[in-house]
Design a protein around this ligand. Structure first.
Ligand code: SF4
Length: 364
């Protein structure tokens, strides 16, 4: 059993490590759109988008987002629905809502300048220690740690740290390590280089040690334990949820959509009416029909099940049975409930599962 400590810091050649890491990054760094300048707003947007999301996925979203909302001012005055639309498909939509409120705060309280002090920047909504460190080091050149899962993986190998990186308390250990290791001449490149190394060389399952620029400094490589690190306990399994949803069209071709509540999962996005199924003694069709009558005052005619959609979240799996049908009559439209044409529907932000429904069951 290894003990948990930062003993690796006592033996590593810190100067040599910094130099090898930064030189490699200067030569090999990927050409990414948020690396074109050091605008803290753009770095902020990119870091929020990159949370839980792959670089290749983020690039087109980032470019479109910056085109639509090129500055703190542009984003702070934008309508939330437009922002969610620009985020549509990226997932974890609370990121977009938090970014919007934080940017408004920057606009109002700091005259549009993203704060460059740890205390102020960390107080902004959705800006955790990693994002704060990334903005402070990359945009402002401050020697602050930016520790995410990638950086913990890389450092656990380089310094042979055996703490469980799934535990929130472990982050502090890695931040302490970065505070010792970070280059004060170029904190921006140092942090970015660690992230880049984690993304393209020191990858989770098969680190490319033979191509690694800091192999000479890596304890795990010398001990032959790079595949045992990091220690990371598995997430709990995702909970399955059965849903029934209805794609309902009226005689003029308009379809019924509904806005989710302003709190909770996928808040404020639009969707087709749906319910969680938990009454085994009644058919899904009966439950959906009653729900639509009670909730929306809608009389409907439902057809057979048209197909299924599965969507996996980090903690849930939605199994959605999709029904097609007709709206026979509906009470007045109200806030959060609309009948929209196939052109109008384009303007509304939907979660990925319901975008799939649009493609597969509505626009056929
Ligand atoms: Fe990662 Fe291997 Fe490089 Fe060590 S030598 S940092 S384990 S890629």
């Amino acid at each position: 059993m290894k003990n948990n400590s930062l003993k690796g810091l006592e033996t590593i050649d810190i100067e040599g490590f910094r130099e090898d890491l930064i030189n490699w990054f200067s030569e090999e760094k990927r050409d990414l759109p948020w690396r074109k300048d050091r605008d803290p707003y753009k770095i902020w947007v990119s870091e929020i988008m990159l949370q839980q999301t792959r670089v290749d996925t983020v690039i087109p979203y980032f470019n479109r987002f910056i085109e639509q909302f090129p500055s703190v001012e542009a984003l702070s005055t934008a309508d939330e629905e437009r922002i969610l639309k620009a985020w549509e498909g990226l997932g974890y939509y609370s990121r977009a809502r938090n970014l919007h409120s934080a940017v408004k705060e920057v606009h109002e309280k700091y005259g549009g300048k993203v704060p460059d002090e740890p205390k102020e920047i960390s107080a902004l909504k959705g800006v955790g220690p990693y994002t704060a460190g990334a903005i402070l080091s990359i945009a402002y050149g401050k020697p602050e740690p930016a520790v995410d899962g990638n950086v913990m993986r890389v450092l656990s190998r380089i310094l042979s740290i055996w703490d469980d990186i799934a535990k929130p308390s472990s982050r502090k250990i890695f931040e302490e390590a970065v505070r010792v290791l970070i280059s004060h001449d170029n904190p921006s490149y140092f942090n970015q280089a660690l992230m880049e190394l984690g993304a393209i060389v020191c990858t989770p399952t098969s680190p490319s040690c033979l191509l690694c620029p800091v192999r000479e400094h890596c304890s795990a490589f010398h001990e032959g334990v790079q595949n045992e690190l990091p220690v990371k306990t598995k997430n709990k399994k995702q909970r399955p949820i059965s849903l029934a949803a209805a794609v309902l069209v009226d005689e003029t071709g308009r379809t019924l959509i509904h806005k989710r509540s302003e709190n909770g999962l996928l808040a404020n996005l639009w969707e087709f009416p749906n319910i969680e199924i938990h009454l085994p003694y009644r058919t899904e069709g009966e439950q959906l029909t009653d729900f639509l009558q009670q909730e929306y005052g809608a009389a409907i005619e439902l057809g057979d099940m048209a197909g299924t959609i599965e969507h996996v979240f980090s903690h849930l799996i939605w199994n959605i049975h999709v029904y097609k049908g007709k709206v026979v009559s509906i009470k007045e439209e109200r806030e959060g409930l609309k009948m929209v044409s196939s052109e109008e529907i384009e303007a509304y932000p939907f979660p990925v599962s319901h975008q799939k429904m649009i493609k597969q069951f509505y626009k056929k």
